[in-house]
Design a binder for this molecule. Structure first.
Ligand code: DGL
Length: 276
Protein backbone atom coordinates (compact mmCIF):
# COMPACT_ATOMS: atom_id res chain seq x y z
CA UNK A 1 0.00 0.00 0.00
CA UNK A 2 1.18 3.51 -0.82
CA UNK A 3 2.42 5.40 2.22
CA UNK A 4 0.82 8.70 3.20
CA UNK A 5 1.79 12.22 4.18
CA UNK A 6 0.82 14.29 7.19
CA UNK A 7 -1.55 17.06 6.15
CA UNK A 8 -1.64 20.29 8.15
CA UNK A 9 -4.60 22.59 7.67
CA UNK A 10 -5.44 26.12 8.73
CA UNK A 11 -7.64 28.90 7.41
CA UNK A 12 -4.47 30.83 6.59
CA UNK A 13 -0.98 31.40 7.94
CA UNK A 14 -1.58 30.48 11.58
CA UNK A 15 -1.09 26.75 11.17
CA UNK A 16 2.50 27.41 10.11
CA UNK A 17 3.28 28.13 13.78
CA UNK A 18 2.11 24.61 14.61
CA UNK A 19 3.78 23.08 11.58
CA UNK A 20 7.11 24.66 12.57
CA UNK A 21 7.01 22.88 15.94
CA UNK A 22 5.77 19.60 14.44
CA UNK A 23 8.47 19.54 11.76
CA UNK A 24 11.14 20.35 14.38
CA UNK A 25 9.91 17.53 16.64
CA UNK A 26 9.21 15.02 13.86
CA UNK A 27 11.54 15.95 10.98
CA UNK A 28 11.48 12.70 9.00
CA UNK A 29 7.89 12.67 7.76
CA UNK A 30 6.44 14.17 4.58
CA UNK A 31 4.15 17.16 5.15
CA UNK A 32 1.58 18.95 3.04
CA UNK A 33 0.33 22.31 4.35
CA UNK A 34 -2.96 23.77 3.14
CA UNK A 35 -3.83 27.39 3.94
CA UNK A 36 -7.35 28.39 2.91
CA UNK A 37 -6.22 32.03 2.75
CA UNK A 38 -8.85 32.98 0.17
CA UNK A 39 -11.61 32.28 2.70
CA UNK A 40 -9.80 33.35 5.90
CA UNK A 41 -10.65 34.33 8.55
CA UNK A 42 -12.93 31.52 9.63
CA UNK A 43 -13.31 32.93 13.14
CA UNK A 44 -16.41 35.02 12.55
CA UNK A 45 -18.20 32.51 10.33
CA UNK A 46 -21.13 30.26 11.23
CA UNK A 47 -20.77 26.70 12.48
CA UNK A 48 -22.03 25.28 9.16
CA UNK A 49 -19.70 27.39 7.04
CA UNK A 50 -16.63 26.48 9.10
CA UNK A 51 -17.62 22.81 9.00
CA UNK A 52 -18.19 22.84 5.22
CA UNK A 53 -14.96 24.69 4.44
CA UNK A 54 -12.95 22.47 6.78
CA UNK A 55 -14.41 19.27 5.36
CA UNK A 56 -13.63 20.40 1.81
CA UNK A 57 -10.03 21.08 2.79
CA UNK A 58 -9.65 17.82 4.68
CA UNK A 59 -11.04 15.87 1.73
CA UNK A 60 -8.65 17.68 -0.59
CA UNK A 61 -5.71 16.67 1.64
CA UNK A 62 -6.95 13.07 1.73
CA UNK A 63 -7.19 13.04 -2.09
CA UNK A 64 -3.60 14.32 -2.26
CA UNK A 65 -2.38 11.33 -0.27
CA UNK A 66 -2.53 12.52 3.34
CA UNK A 67 -3.45 9.74 5.76
CA UNK A 68 -3.33 11.89 8.87
CA UNK A 69 -4.59 15.48 8.91
CA UNK A 70 -3.95 17.93 11.75
CA UNK A 71 -6.46 20.76 12.00
CA UNK A 72 -3.92 23.38 13.07
CA UNK A 73 -6.78 25.77 13.65
CA UNK A 74 -8.77 26.19 16.84
CA UNK A 75 -11.86 27.46 15.08
CA UNK A 76 -12.00 24.39 12.84
CA UNK A 77 -11.15 22.13 15.77
CA UNK A 78 -13.99 23.69 17.78
CA UNK A 79 -16.60 23.71 15.05
CA UNK A 80 -15.82 20.88 12.64
CA UNK A 81 -13.59 18.23 14.21
CA UNK A 82 -16.20 16.28 16.13
CA UNK A 83 -18.55 15.97 13.17
CA UNK A 84 -15.73 14.97 10.85
CA UNK A 85 -14.48 12.33 13.31
CA UNK A 86 -17.90 10.99 14.21
CA UNK A 87 -19.85 11.30 10.96
CA UNK A 88 -17.57 11.78 7.94
CA UNK A 89 -14.62 9.51 8.71
CA UNK A 90 -16.74 6.43 9.54
CA UNK A 91 -18.35 6.70 6.07
CA UNK A 92 -14.97 6.15 4.46
CA UNK A 93 -13.52 2.70 4.08
CA UNK A 94 -9.97 3.63 4.83
CA UNK A 95 -7.83 4.40 7.80
CA UNK A 96 -7.65 8.20 7.48
CA UNK A 97 -7.41 10.19 10.71
CA UNK A 98 -8.05 13.80 11.67
CA UNK A 99 -6.76 15.38 14.88
CA UNK A 100 -7.28 18.86 16.28
CA UNK A 101 -5.41 21.27 18.54
CA UNK A 102 -7.88 21.81 21.38
CA UNK A 103 -7.64 18.42 23.06
CA UNK A 104 -3.83 18.34 23.32
CA UNK A 105 -3.83 21.90 24.64
CA UNK A 106 -6.48 21.34 27.29
CA UNK A 107 -4.75 18.16 28.48
CA UNK A 108 -1.60 20.16 29.26
CA UNK A 109 -2.79 23.61 30.25
CA UNK A 110 -2.99 22.83 33.97
CA UNK A 111 0.79 22.46 34.06
CA UNK A 112 1.22 26.19 33.42
CA UNK A 113 -1.01 27.93 35.97
CA UNK A 114 -0.12 28.07 39.66
CA UNK A 115 -3.19 30.11 40.59
CA UNK A 116 -5.55 27.84 38.64
CA UNK A 117 -6.95 30.83 36.76
CA UNK A 118 -6.29 31.10 33.04
CA UNK A 119 -7.34 33.43 30.27
CA UNK A 120 -8.14 32.04 26.83
CA UNK A 121 -7.72 34.40 23.88
CA UNK A 122 -9.37 33.07 20.71
CA UNK A 123 -11.53 33.83 17.73
CA UNK A 124 -15.21 34.65 18.17
CA UNK A 125 -16.07 31.14 16.97
CA UNK A 126 -13.73 29.37 19.36
CA UNK A 127 -14.93 31.45 22.31
CA UNK A 128 -18.63 31.04 21.47
CA UNK A 129 -18.22 27.27 21.15
CA UNK A 130 -17.07 27.16 24.81
CA UNK A 131 -14.80 24.28 23.76
CA UNK A 132 -12.00 25.45 26.03
CA UNK A 133 -13.95 25.79 29.30
CA UNK A 134 -15.75 22.49 28.58
CA UNK A 135 -12.61 20.52 27.70
CA UNK A 136 -10.43 22.05 30.42
CA UNK A 137 -13.05 21.12 33.04
CA UNK A 138 -12.62 17.45 32.07
CA UNK A 139 -8.92 17.49 32.96
CA UNK A 140 -8.77 20.27 35.56
CA UNK A 141 -12.21 20.61 37.17
CA UNK A 142 -11.05 23.27 39.65
CA UNK A 143 -9.58 25.57 37.05
CA UNK A 144 -11.22 28.94 36.41
CA UNK A 145 -11.28 29.83 32.71
CA UNK A 146 -11.90 33.36 31.44
CA UNK A 147 -12.35 33.90 27.69
CA UNK A 148 -11.95 36.83 25.32
CA UNK A 149 -12.71 36.92 21.61
CA UNK A 150 -10.25 38.98 19.58
CA UNK A 151 -11.98 39.30 16.20
CA UNK A 152 -9.42 41.64 14.59
CA UNK A 153 -6.26 39.74 15.41
CA UNK A 154 -6.42 37.22 12.56
CA UNK A 155 -6.96 40.07 10.07
CA UNK A 156 -3.81 41.77 11.39
CA UNK A 157 -1.80 38.61 10.70
CA UNK A 158 -3.39 37.76 7.33
CA UNK A 159 -2.66 41.32 6.16
CA UNK A 160 0.85 41.53 7.57
CA UNK A 161 -0.05 44.27 10.07
CA UNK A 162 1.44 42.67 13.18
CA UNK A 163 3.36 45.76 14.31
CA UNK A 164 2.48 49.41 14.49
CA UNK A 165 -0.23 51.56 16.00
CA UNK A 166 -3.17 49.59 14.60
CA UNK A 167 -1.89 46.31 16.00
CA UNK A 168 -1.07 47.96 19.34
CA UNK A 169 -4.60 49.33 19.61
CA UNK A 170 -6.42 46.06 18.94
CA UNK A 171 -4.03 43.90 20.93
CA UNK A 172 -4.07 46.13 24.00
CA UNK A 173 -7.86 46.37 23.91
CA UNK A 174 -8.35 42.62 24.33
CA UNK A 175 -5.43 41.99 26.67
CA UNK A 176 -6.73 44.73 29.00
CA UNK A 177 -10.25 43.32 28.85
CA UNK A 178 -9.34 39.78 29.76
CA UNK A 179 -6.99 40.81 32.55
CA UNK A 180 -9.64 43.13 33.99
CA UNK A 181 -12.09 40.24 34.06
CA UNK A 182 -10.09 38.38 36.68
CA UNK A 183 -7.02 39.82 38.39
CA UNK A 184 -5.93 36.31 39.45
CA UNK A 185 -5.18 35.23 35.86
CA UNK A 186 -1.56 34.05 35.82
CA UNK A 187 -1.57 32.33 32.41
CA UNK A 188 -2.82 33.51 29.03
CA UNK A 189 -3.37 30.87 26.37
CA UNK A 190 -3.10 31.99 22.76
CA UNK A 191 -5.91 29.70 21.58
CA UNK A 192 -5.67 30.66 17.93
CA UNK A 193 -2.76 29.48 15.85
CA UNK A 194 -2.42 32.92 14.25
CA UNK A 195 -1.74 34.68 17.54
CA UNK A 196 1.89 33.58 18.08
CA UNK A 197 2.64 35.71 15.03
CA UNK A 198 1.52 38.72 17.10
CA UNK A 199 3.52 37.72 20.16
CA UNK A 200 5.89 40.71 20.12
CA UNK A 201 2.95 43.08 20.27
CA UNK A 202 1.07 40.94 22.80
CA UNK A 203 4.11 40.94 25.11
CA UNK A 204 4.09 44.75 25.17
CA UNK A 205 0.79 44.70 27.05
CA UNK A 206 1.07 41.59 29.24
CA UNK A 207 2.90 41.94 32.58
CA UNK A 208 5.97 39.70 32.95
CA UNK A 209 4.33 37.90 35.86
CA UNK A 210 1.78 36.35 33.46
CA UNK A 211 2.77 33.32 31.42
CA UNK A 212 1.96 33.35 27.72
CA UNK A 213 1.27 29.87 26.35
CA UNK A 214 1.39 29.04 22.65
CA UNK A 215 0.23 25.73 21.21
CA UNK A 216 2.87 24.65 18.70
CA UNK A 217 5.17 22.86 21.13
CA UNK A 218 2.28 21.26 22.99
CA UNK A 219 0.65 19.93 19.80
CA UNK A 220 3.98 18.64 18.47
CA UNK A 221 4.76 16.73 21.68
CA UNK A 222 1.29 15.21 21.78
CA UNK A 223 1.54 14.18 18.14
CA UNK A 224 4.87 12.49 18.82
CA UNK A 225 3.23 10.62 21.66
CA UNK A 226 0.20 9.72 19.50
CA UNK A 227 2.41 8.27 16.76
CA UNK A 228 4.38 6.25 19.29
CA UNK A 229 1.12 4.74 20.55
CA UNK A 230 -0.44 4.17 17.09
CA UNK A 231 1.99 2.07 15.09
CA UNK A 232 -0.80 1.19 12.62
CA UNK A 233 -0.80 4.87 11.58
CA UNK A 234 2.89 5.59 12.03
CA UNK A 235 4.11 2.72 9.84
CA UNK A 236 1.86 3.95 7.01
CA UNK A 237 3.53 7.38 6.89
CA UNK A 238 6.12 8.38 4.34
CA UNK A 239 9.51 9.48 5.65
CA UNK A 240 11.05 11.44 2.80
CA UNK A 241 11.38 14.79 4.62
CA UNK A 242 9.29 16.48 1.96
CA UNK A 243 7.48 19.75 2.80
CA UNK A 244 4.86 21.02 0.36
CA UNK A 245 2.61 24.04 0.69
CA UNK A 246 -0.61 24.98 -1.06
CA UNK A 247 -2.85 28.01 -0.70
CA UNK A 248 -6.29 28.86 -2.05
CA UNK A 249 -5.12 32.46 -2.56
CA UNK A 250 -2.24 33.97 -4.49
CA UNK A 251 0.84 31.74 -4.21
CA UNK A 252 3.51 34.44 -4.46
CA UNK A 253 1.94 36.50 -1.66
CA UNK A 254 1.72 33.32 0.41
CA UNK A 255 5.41 32.55 -0.23
CA UNK A 256 6.53 35.93 1.08
CA UNK A 257 4.49 35.83 4.28
CA UNK A 258 4.76 32.11 4.93
CA UNK A 259 8.54 32.04 4.54
CA UNK A 260 8.77 34.77 7.16
CA UNK A 261 6.46 32.92 9.55
CA UNK A 262 7.83 29.43 8.93
CA UNK A 263 11.50 30.37 8.93
CA UNK A 264 12.38 28.48 5.72
CA UNK A 265 11.89 29.60 2.18
CA UNK A 266 8.57 28.35 0.82
CA UNK A 267 7.34 27.90 -2.72
CA UNK A 268 3.62 27.23 -2.59
CA UNK A 269 1.18 26.11 -5.26
CA UNK A 270 -2.20 27.72 -5.80
CA UNK A 271 -5.22 25.42 -5.61
CA UNK A 272 -8.96 25.99 -6.01
CA UNK A 273 -11.31 24.68 -3.34
CA UNK A 274 -15.05 25.32 -3.35
CA UNK A 275 -16.35 28.73 -4.37
CA UNK A 276 -15.02 31.80 -2.63
N1 DGL B 1 -5.74 29.97 13.09
C1 DGL B 1 -7.14 29.79 13.26
C2 DGL B 1 -7.50 29.46 14.70
O1 DGL B 1 -6.67 28.90 15.35
C3 DGL B 1 -7.79 30.83 12.57
C4 DGL B 1 -8.79 31.61 12.79
C5 DGL B 1 -9.54 32.29 11.71
O2 DGL B 1 -9.44 31.96 10.53
O3 DGL B 1 -10.29 33.18 12.13
O4 DGL B 1 -8.55 29.67 15.20
Amino acid sequence: MKKGKIGIFDSGYGGLTVMRSIVDALPDYDYLYLGDNARAPYGNRSFDTVYNYTLECVNWLFDEGCDLVILACNTASAKALRQIQQVDLPKRNDNKRVLGVIRPTTESIGEYSKAGVIGVLGTAGTVASKSYPIEIAKFYPEMIVEQEACPMWVYLVEHNQMNGEGADYFVKQHVDRILARNPKIDTLLLACTHYPLLIKTIKKFVPDSIKLVTQGGIVAEKLKDYLSRHSEIETGLMKGKQRDFVTTDDASTFDLQASMFFGDSISARHIEIGTH
